[in-house]
Structures are given as structure tokens and as C-alpha cells.
Design a protein around this ligand. Structure first.
Ligand SMILES: O=c1[nH]cnc2c1ncn2[C@@H]1O[C@H](COP(=O)(O)OP(=O)(O)O)[C@@H](O)[C@H]1O
Ligand SMILES: [Ca+2]
Length: 500
């Protein structure tokens, strides 16, 4: 055999079965790599969007939510993309200039137009829900409240989105949708875990919602949902006038005891305000709501001196007076003759609960007694010292944190009958996984039917597992074919002999 012939025989590529095997493995590797690349390539996510305006008593917020377009019915998928705080007061404050209510939304709605991709605009729903500020305005003046709603409606209809209506939501809706939001974001529905109760504190009303351990005796307080294959029977109540701004009016009304011939020299020595706090206020500014009594015209023009004395014990005692516990037509009540079963389980307390407790640095690690000590120290701090220390904090908030914090503790303890253990089970929260806790998300999920009543049929394997299994099986089949080729190929010809 000459040298050239020997080279030819020893070159493995000249043996078809080795060539076949190598080519097969290479093909398998290329296919696997190709699939892996396609699989891991960040697919261009297709998102859908929804907008909810929370028209609260003190201000309006515009929330934009987003969710992957293909997974609408999967709980845990909808997230808050953006929140925009509308400049100026809540829409109910525009009762005498209703056209300004609609105008006030412009900046945040223009923002939403920029944030949401243009091709999604026509299918993006927009909802406006107004809460207790508008409930009170409606009680006071139905025509004015309709004008305000018409004004915001007109403004929202000028945008390229799918306008779905502006309305005053009920207190039950506010409570129930807040509960849905916190449990949806905590994935308690999907995992069928124990739910958490929801506590919302606004400026004009406050809500408590939880799954009770006993029958709800009053139909007004009962609400049922079937979510993800489970039935939930909720207890919920909304106390109008017990948000932190309106309850301050109730409290001041009790403190001032106006008489028919009020003089200009009335001085209110207030234990819930700081020593050194001394401000002249008009009676009108306190008695300007249906939560408190009507003033005569002469009383309306008069002023009083609001003087702080910073006495936490007296403040706490005085606040308890806003809860009427003298009557209860049910087996048990919270206050004001409202049925309430004993609280049970964990609670998430949001909105003003969070703002106040966050400012006062009260955390779930503090016991109820420690929280009271912190409040006592804060309430007795002179007003001048506080203003020096917190120059950037709005003066109105700063002056009212003593009252609001003491009210929160009293609402939980004296109002809802929280024990020290229930307090430990309560967390003050602003957001869950970057989405704000509040009624808006639950409201949108409900109106868009995004939480299915029944749990969807889950595939045997998750998508990732399915792809991996298919890859492994394909690889094994290819290897088997190649081995089969090698194994069953009859050894023949001189080339084969010469290798051995
Ligand atoms: O930073 C803050 N510190 C203290 N209170 C705040 C802060 N931001 C908002 N608030 C208060 O939270 C409450 C929000 O109530 P909202 O306007 O939602 O009323 P509603 O829910 O009763 O209609 C108001 O009392 C408002 O003053
Ligand atoms: Ca609110």
C-alpha cells in the first residue's frame, strides 16, 4: 500500500458510520442550542393596560396598571406601572367651580397618554371611582355632585382611551376591593392561602374588611366572592365621617360645645395638639361638613383660638368619645350600632394608616404599649421644636399626627376591639410588590373579569418543564438512531479490516 492510500484509509471521515454519528450529534447540538436561544431570547413582551382614577376626599390619584397580553386570567399578573398624583384638592372641593374638577385631571391624563403605547390606547379602559368626599357632597347637594361627575366625565372622554364611567363607589365596594387588592398582590387566591384582612383609612371614611369566623348578622355588612375556585364570605363596613379629617371635626365639635351666643373669644385648649400651637380658626372651617352640626349664620362668621396643651392621656380619653357604644342591636358591635364579628387573622392597614404610622416610626415590631409611648412623646413635644425638626413636612400634617396617630390606636382598640395580639398581626403597608394597596386595583380586576371564578385547568407540566422534557427526549431519540446505525451496520470492505 502506498503512503497516499494509507492516509486515505486512516482518515476517519472516510468511514460513513463515524461521519453519520458525528453529523447526527452535531445536528442535535445545533437544534438544542437553537431552541435554547429562541427560548431565552427576551420575547418582545406584549402588555395591556388599564387606568383607574381614585377620586378621594383629599386628592385624586391616577393609576396605570399593566399585564402580559396573553395571561389575562392568571392571578398575580397585573402590576402597577405608574401612579400620578393630581395637583390640587379632591374633586368634591370643586363643588362651586365644577369645570375645574375635570381640568385638574389634565396633567396626569396627558402623562398616561405618553406612558401607554399608542396602539394600545383604544382598548385601554379608564374608570373613575369617587369615594367619601363625593358621598358627603352628594348628601349635602345632589346637583353639585352631579355637576362635578359630569365635569370629570367630559374631561376623561377627550382622551383616546376606552372610557368606562365615573361614579361614586359605595363604602362596601371600597372595603371589598381593597381586600381583593391586598390578597391578589399577596397571591393568596392563587395559592389558596389564608387571606389577610384589609384596613383602609381615608380622610372622610374608613373601611374594615375580613373573612370572619362567624355568621354576618347584617346583610349590609356581608359580601360574597367566588375567586379562583374558592368561595369567600366577607365582613365589610365603611364608616362615613370616620376618616381622619372628618373625625377631627367630630372631635372638635365635641370639644368646642358651641352655644347660641358664641363670642369671638372662645379658646379651645386641645390635648391632642402640641404645646405652643396657637392658631385662630373660623368655626366655618370646622363645621363645613354634613358630619357635624349646622351652624347659624352668625356662628359661621366667628372664630376661635385653637391652643394645644399636648396631653396624650386626655387626648386618648377625648377621642374615645367619638365612638358611640351605648347601643347594639346585634349580638356584638364595633360602634355606632354597627355589627362586627370578632376580628381574626392578619391585617394589612394602608392609606392614611401607613402615612401616619410611617411618620411616627411605629412598626409592627412595636407592641401596642410601645406605640402609645411613642405617641405620648410626640404629642407632648412643643410645636416650635417640631416645626424646626421637620421643615419639609406640610404643617397641617405635622400638627395633626398626634391626633391621627392617637385616633388610629383608639379606632383599632376601642372601635374594632383589637387585642394586643391582633395589633401584632397588623402590618402598616403602602405597597405590595411595588403596587399600591388600595381599592383601585381590585376594582379594575373585578370590572374586567380578570380574576376567574374557577381555577383554570393547569397543564400537567409548566411550559418550561415541557420544553426541557421535549429537548431531552429528542436528544435521546437522535442518539438511539445514531447508535442503531453504528450497531447494525455490517462490518465490510477492506477499509474496516485495516482499522483493526
Ligand atoms: O403624607 C401624608 N401624611 C399624612 N396624611 C396623608 C399624607 N398623604 C395623604 N394623607 C391623608 O390620607 C388621607 C387620604 O384620604 P382620601 O383622600 O383617600 O379620602 P377618602 O378615601 O376618605 O375619600 C387624607 O386624610 C390625606 O390627608
Ligand atoms: Ca381613599
Amino acid at each position: 500500500m502506498d503512503e497516499q492510500q494509507e492516509m486515505k484509509v486512516k482518515n476517519p471521515w472516510h468511514r460513513p458510520h463515524i461521519f453519520l454519528a458525528t453529523a447526527g450529534i452535531a445536528a442535535a447540538i445545533i437544534i438544542m442550542v437553537a431552541i435554547a436561544v429562541v427560548q431565552n431570547k427576551p420575547l418582545q413582551q406584549k402588555y395591556k393596560y388599564g387606568i383607574v382614577l381614585d377620586a378621594g376626599s383629599s386628592h385624586t390619584s391616577v393609576y396605570i396598571y399593566e399585564w402580559p397580553a396573553e395571561k389575562e386570567n392568571n392571578t398575580g399578573m397585573v402590576k402597577q406601572k405608574q401612579a400620578c398624583s393630581v395637583k390640587g384638592p379632591g374633586i368634591s372641593s370643586y363643588s362651586k367651580t365644577p369645570e375645574k374638577a375635570g381640568e385638574s385631571l389634565k396633567e396626569c391624563m396627558d402623562n398616561a397618554t405618553k406612558t401607554i403605547p399608542k396602539h394600545r390606547h383604544p382598548e385601554t379602559p379608564v374608570y373613575l371611582g369617587a369615594t367619601a368626599g363625593m358621598r358627603l357632597l352628594k348628601m349635602e347637594n345632589d346637583v353639585d355632585s352631579k355637576k362635578v361627575l359630569a365635569s370629570v366625565e367630559k374631561s376623561l372622554q377627550t382622551y383616546p382611551f376606552s372610557y368606562q364611567g365615573a361614579r361614586i363607589i359605595t363604602g362596601q365596594e371600597e372595603g371589598a376591593f381593597g381586600w381583593i387588592t391586598v390578597n391578589y398582590l399577596s397571591e393568596n387566591f392563587r395559592k389558596a392561602s389564608r387571606t389577610v384582612g384589609a384596613l383602609d383609612l381615608g380622610g372622610a371614611s374608613t373601611q374594615i374588611t375580613f373573612v370572619p369566623g362567624q355568621q354576618v348578622e347584617s346583610s349590609d355588612n356581608s359580601i360574597d366572592f367566588r375567586l379562583y375556585g374558592n368561595d369567600y364570605h366577607l365582613y365589610t363596613h365603611s364608616f362615613l365621617c370616620y376618616g381622619k379629617d372628618q373625625v377631627l371635626k367630630l372631635y372638635l365639635e365635641q370639644q368646642i360645645q358651641p352655644n347660641a351666643d358664641m363670642t369671638d373669644n372662645i379658646i379651645l385648649e386641645d390635648p391632642c395638639f402640641h404645646p405652643g400651637y396657637n392658631i385662630i380658626k373660623s368655626f366655618q372651617s370646622v363645621f363645613d361638613s354634613p358630619c357635624v352640626k349646622n351652624l347659624t349664620n352668625s356662628q359661621k362668621g366667628q372664630n376661635f383660638t385653637h391652643r394645644g396643651i399636648g396631653n396624650w392621656n386626655k387626648c386618648n380619653q377625648a377621642i374615645k368619645e367619638v365612638f358611640n357604644t351605648s347601643h347594639c342591636r346585634y349580638s356584638r358591635c364595633s360602634f355606632n350600632d354597627v355589627f362586627q364579628p370578632p376580628v381574626t387573622g392578619r391585617f394589612g392597614a394602608f392609606s392614611a394608616y401607613f402615612f401616619v404610622m410611617d411618620f411616627l416610626n411605629v412598626t409592627p415590631d412595636h407592641s401596642l404599649d410601645e406605640a402609645k409611648k411613642i405617641l405620648e412623646a410626640y404629642c407632648t413635644t412643643p410645636w416650635g421644636t417640631l416645626k424646626q425638626k421637620h421643615r419639609k413636612v406640610k404643617e397641617k400634617y405635622l400638627a395633626e399626627y398626634c391626633f391621627s396617630g392617637t385616633y388610629i390606636v383608639s379606632l383599632l382598640e376601642d372601635g374594632y376591639k383589637f387585642t394586643t395580639n391582633d395589633w401584632k398581626n397588623t402590618e402598616f403597608i403602602k405597597t405590595i410588590k411595588n403596587s399600591e394597596a388600595g381599592w383601585t386595583l381590585g376594582y379594575m380586576l373585578n370590572l374586567t373579569n380578570m380574576i376567574p371564578a374557577e381555577a383554570p385547568d393547569t397543564p400537567l407540566l409548566p411550559y418550561g418543564g415541557y420544553v426541557s422534557l421535549m429537548l431531552v427526549l429528542s436528544f435521546l431519540i437522535i442518539v438511539c438512531i445514531i447508535l442503531g446505525c453504528i450497531f447494525f451496520r455490517r462490518p465490510s470492505g477492506p477499509a474496516h479490516k485495516e482499522i483493526i
